[in-house]
Design a binder for this molecule. Structure first.
Ligand code: SAH
Ligand code: SF4
Length: 380
């Protein structure tokens, strides 16, 4: 590269800021207003390559394609499930690391229109090592850059998915519930949120974004001041330290008392309801005792409990709690005054839980995986 702004690998759209783009344009003798044109064009739902920005002269499109990448994602393998309502992608990054994101569509119900949720990763792997989680079992790879986090959303925004495009943009959510612990990569995850918010880019409102954490207390406190409009979800999974030390090992560093106190601070300071996530594991954390202890932790502040039946990882020693016991757990929580929901489990046939598809594909190229796939497949 000759331009000084282009030291290092070719930056992607998600990694360029307006001043660098303006400097690049000025070095080519192009007017500065092109920077806004390029950014907004590259975020249109119908744009799949620089060549689609037909409002730009052809020579400029060619120069952009030579000096920039359209995405930090080098390749994606996509599998569909639930009659096309769920799609999961394994993305390969420039250095070969693989991460996952999931698109879930929910049909219109009553007055509510169609809703879309995009679940994204914040790290390649995860160091927290929760024993029920496929990502945790695979260990830590590396931190994702802000661009790599944002490009997972852009993947589903662009053709052929157009998940955020056009009308109904109000009815979608972005959740940091893929691979990784976002608050162990807080600077980059927060920067990704700001990029997603940027009106010159996707313009996604903070209230449509949820950060899920295993309980990194300093990161939760940073959210109060830095991202007060973003939703917070805490992966609790146990209501005693003894059990939580085993299920969410980071509990040895920040025990339940501190995690719940941080959740209460967030709720009190932001006025926002905190979601307490609880994976239901048969015979382990689904007892009456855990239910009443959980009710005591969740009661009296702006929280609600979201129960998730375990999606067992291959070779798992655990299975999900049967429906009747989930109902009993729900009844105890509700009787204790705690708003409680049960999450519907999506994409079981495509291993949609955290890190599972990635684990299943290990050692195979994405091209081989695409060719071997029995389920409907699209590539990006
Ligand atoms: N590291 C963060 C965010 C990513 S995990 C966190 O733990 O909150 C996102 C959610 O998926 C967490 O609530 C996690 O507990 C859940 N999860 C992980 N493995 C699962 C499995 N096998 N079945 C059901 N949920 C799972
Ligand atoms: Fe990491 Fe979350 Fe999986 Fe635990 S559940 S290992 S924190 S990704």
């Amino acid at each position: 590269m000759t331009e000084p702004v282009l030291a290092g690998p070719r930056p992607a759209i998600s990694e360029i800021d307006v001043p660098s783009l303006a400097a690049w344009l000025s070095a080519r003798g192009e007017p500065a207003y092109r920077a806004g044109q390029i950014l907004s064009g590259a975020h249109r739902p119908d744009a799949a390559a620089f060549d689609d920005l037909t409002e730009l002269p052809r020579t400029l499109r060619r120069a952009l394609a030579a000096d920039f990448r359209f995405s930090t994602i080098a390749d994606s393998h996509v599998m569909g499930a639930d009659g096309g309502m769920t799609a999961k992608a394994v993305h390969e990054l420039a250095d070969g690391q693989r991460i996952e994101s999931v698109l879930m569509r929910y049909p219109a119900r009553g007055a509510a229109g169609e809703r879309t949720t995009i679940c994204i990763s914040s790290q390649a792997g995860c160091a927290v090592a929760c024993p029920f989680c496929a990502t945790g079992q695979a260990g830590f790879g590396r931190q994702l850059t802000p661009g790599e986090i944002v490009d997972q959303v852009l993947h589903w925004h662009r053709p052929p998915w157009n998940a955020l495009g056009g009308a109904g943009r109000g009815h979608y959510n972005i959740v940091f519930m893929g691979m990784g612990e976002p608050l162990n990569n807080a600077d980059r995850a927060f920067e990704a949120v700001r990029l997603l918010n940027d009106p010159q880019r996707l313009g996604i409102g903070a209230r449509h974004i949820t950060v899920s954490t295993s309980g990194v207390v300093p990161g939760m406190d940073r959210m109060i001041t830095e991202l007060p409009q973003v939703n917070l979800a805490i992966s609790l999974h146990a209501a005693t330290d003894e059990l939580r030390d085993e299920l969410v090992p980071i509990n040895r560093k920040w025990p339940l008392r501190e995690v719940v106190a941080a959740g209460r601070r967030f709720a009190a300071r932001t006025g926002r309801r905190v979601s307490l996530e609880y994976v239901m594991i048969d015979g382990l954390n689904d007892t009456d005792e855990q239910a009443s202890r959980l009710a005591a932790l969740a009661r009296g502040w702006r929280s609600h409990v979201n129960l998730i039946p375990l999606n067992p990882t291959p070779g798992s020693r655990w299975s999900g709690t049967p429906r009747t016991r989930i109902d009993r757990f729900v009844a105890t929580l509700r009787a204790g005054g705690v708003p409680t929901t049960v999450r519907d489990t999506r994409g079981r046939e495509i291993e949609a839980a955290c890190g599972q598809l990635h684990a299943q594909l290990s050692g195979r190229s994405l091209r081989e995986a695409r060719e071997a796939a029995a389920l409907p497949v699209a590539s990006a």
